[in-house]
Design a binder for this molecule. Structure first.
Ligand code: AMP
Length: 355
């Protein structure tokens, strides 16, 4: 697909959560239709999409039927089964492409890829078993973090090892899943770059945001981040380096640790990212529209920041604050329409204009 996607075309989105919902809204603003594919009932994205398929990713017939209705396929999460992608790829282009998924689905592959580009990461070692963990701990030292190679998100699937005597218990927590050990990075703060690349190779990065986590979940993103001019340049250049190496099309999130030795890449996410939600009220074109523009082969929009913004996630009970937040004139509310406010569940976010 090289021609820009025409008005009225349908964008297929794998995953019907809040990211799919906001992608869908952005797509409709540009005159596109969306078709959401989601295994769970009542997906938040379903409220704002033209078509919704509710079926498991392993259901080949449903995937085939979905594929025949869409002009391009994108996704809101990285753990899409390989067989689903195999079934889709003969029918519609998948953007971002499969290489980005292959690399970001597995922390070991991801770290090796980043190092191959000359980027700094935490020291790491493959941990298939207890003997490998013992060796890795002698090489990397403590404190260290043991993480599952796949399916980790919001701090899930990871355990800190403060001293080697707790190694066995930590490995047991992986429940047999392949893991990697990472050395503990002594960072001053965490930032992320949300970057976009079009099929013609054009790249546009949003201003890096500074991220604070609570209980492993993103709590706030503040822009501008505390970075020197040269750190800011480094952040943007390394994101562009990753995009080009993957021949990437779409929006990518790059999470970074800021240390006196420079920027260390924690992980990449081949999709729109929670730490890019501030762009909805801080930029002319936000990350969701930028992603849709890129995958549709449209020119990338202007991602320049025109305001200082603090994005705060509304998790679980935070929904009780909505009436008060709705009265604050400097605050833009973005709610996801989820019926049940469970503990730890992302229910919405606010973007507060602070300057
Ligand atoms: P992750 O799931 O890899 O994004 O990790 C979640 C959070 O754990 C990060 O945002 C950091 O705050 C922390 N973390 C992860 N890996 C490391 C590391 N190697 N050193 C220090 N902190 C880490």
């Amino acid at each position: 697909m090289t021609d820009p996607l025409a008005q009225g075309s349908t964008i297929g989105i794998l995953g019907g959560g809040q990211l799919g919902r906001m992608l869908s809204v952005a797509a409709s603003r540009l005159g596109f239709r969306t078709h959401i594919y989601e295994p769970g009932a009542l997906p938040p994205a379903g409220d704002v999409a033209h078509l919704v398929t509710t079926a498991p990713y392993e259901d080949n017939d449903a995937i085939f039927a979905f594929a025949t209705t869409v002009d391009v396929v994108t996704y809101e999460f990285e753990n899409i089964p390989t067989l689903t992608l195999d079934a889709l790829e003969d029918h519609a282009p998948i953007r971002p492409g499969r290489e980005a998924l292959r690399v970001s689905q597995d922390r070991l592959v991801e770290k090796e890829f980043l190092q191959g580009l000359g980027l700094k990461t935490a020291p790491f070692a493959d941990v298939p078993d207890m003997a490998a963990l013992a060796t890795a701990l002698t090489q990397i030292g403590t404190p260290a973090i043991l993480k599952t190679r796949r399916f980790g998100y919001d701090g899930k699937g990871q355990v800190r090892i403060m001293d080697p005597t707790s190694a066995e218990a930590a490995l047991a927590e992986m429940q047999g899943a392949p893991a990697i050990l990472e050395g503990f990075v002594d960072f001053s703060h965490e930032v992320s770059v949300i970057a976009a690349r079009g099929p013609d190779g054009a790249v546009s990065c949003f201003d890096p945001g500074e991220n604070v986590h609570r209980d492993g979940i993103l709590h706030t993103t503040t822009v501008p981040a505390r970075l020197s001019a040269s750190q800011r340049t480094d952040a943007v250049l390394l994101a562009a380096n990753i995009l080009n190496a993957l021949d990437y099309v779409g929006v990518l999130g790059v999470e970074l640790f800021v240390t006196p030795q420079g920027l260390i890449v924690n992980e990449i996410a081949p999709r729109v990212h929670n730490s890019g939600h501030w762009t909805q009220n801080g930029c002319v074109v936000d990350q969701f529209e930028q992603h849709i523009r890129a995958i549709a082969g449209w020119p990338l929009g202007d991602g320049k920041r025109h305001a200082d913004v603090v994005m705060e996630n509304l998790i679980g009970d935070d929904m009780g604050r909505v009436p008060e937040l709705a009265r604050d004139p400097a605050t833009a509310l973005h709610l996801y329409g989820k019926a049940e406010a469970r503990k730890g569940r992302k229910m919405g976010h606010v973007n507060r204009i602070v300057g």
